[in-house]
Write a protein that binds this ligand. Structure first.
Ligand SMILES: [Zn+2]
Length: 202
């Protein structure tokens, strides 16, 4: 708690005076971010930091492993799909970036199973990404398997984005771009999905 209050005080002292005008403008005019980011909840991978974004620039949804579920109108509580609907149909963002990352605990669950304490929700949630396992080459294991699986999960999320009819339509009309990224926590290097491969962003 103290750390939060301390952080807030620091924000008021330094960031707020510098950003005050921006916040006032955003308050008056509302938000109009051009980019939506879907990222993992992992505390080491903050989209605003990775992309150097200011308040108002990114519409972000974070969940375990940064997954996009397929389009399903089944009456369930679909938080990520609700965020997608708002971003695409109301805010009319121009791009959606899926941001995966290295050493993803969620993706590790797919390869090694969930910790005993996290089987109520984490395990079924990660089942969403099970098709990504099918894309792993035979004989791959350890860190290489994790790395490859993290990339395949990003590809799967992008494929799932296209199951939303209004996303598919916007992409086909050239109004919306879908981008896949993976952030290397140790190296600080961002790679981008180009064709079938992830290449470092220059
Ligand atoms: Zn993660």
């Amino acid at each position: 708690m103290n750390r939060l209050i301390e952080g807030y005080r620091q924000f008021r002292e330094t960031a707020w005076p510098a950003e005050r005008q921006r916040f006032e403008t955003l308050s008056r005019d509302g938000q109009s971010p051009e980019t939506m980011v879907i990222a993992c909840s992992d505390s080491r991978v903050a989209p605003e930091q990775v992309f150097g974004a200011a308040p108002g620039e990114l519409f972000v949804v974070r969940n375990v492993a940064g997954l996009v579920p397929p389009y399903e109108l089944d009456g369930g509580h679909h938080g990520t799909s609700a965020a997608l609907e708002f971003a695409v149909r109301v805010l009319k963002v121009k791009r959606i970036a899926v941001l995966g990352h290295a050493q993803c605990g969620g993706v590790r669950v797919m390869l090694e199973g969930a910790p005993r304490e996290a089987r109520d929700f984490v395990e079924p949630w990660m089942q969403l990404a099970a098709p990504a396992l099918m894309a792993l080459p035979g004989g791959i294991s350890g860190d290489a398997a994790l790395h490859r699986c993290e990339e395949e999960v990003v590809k799967l999320s992008i494929a799932n984005l296209l199951t939303f009819p209004w996303i598919e339509e916007a992409v086909a009309a050239g109004r919306l771009e879908l981008i896949g990224f993976r952030f290397g926590i140790q190296s600080g290097v961002l790679t981008r999905l180009e064709g079938d491969r992830f290449v470092p962003v220059g």
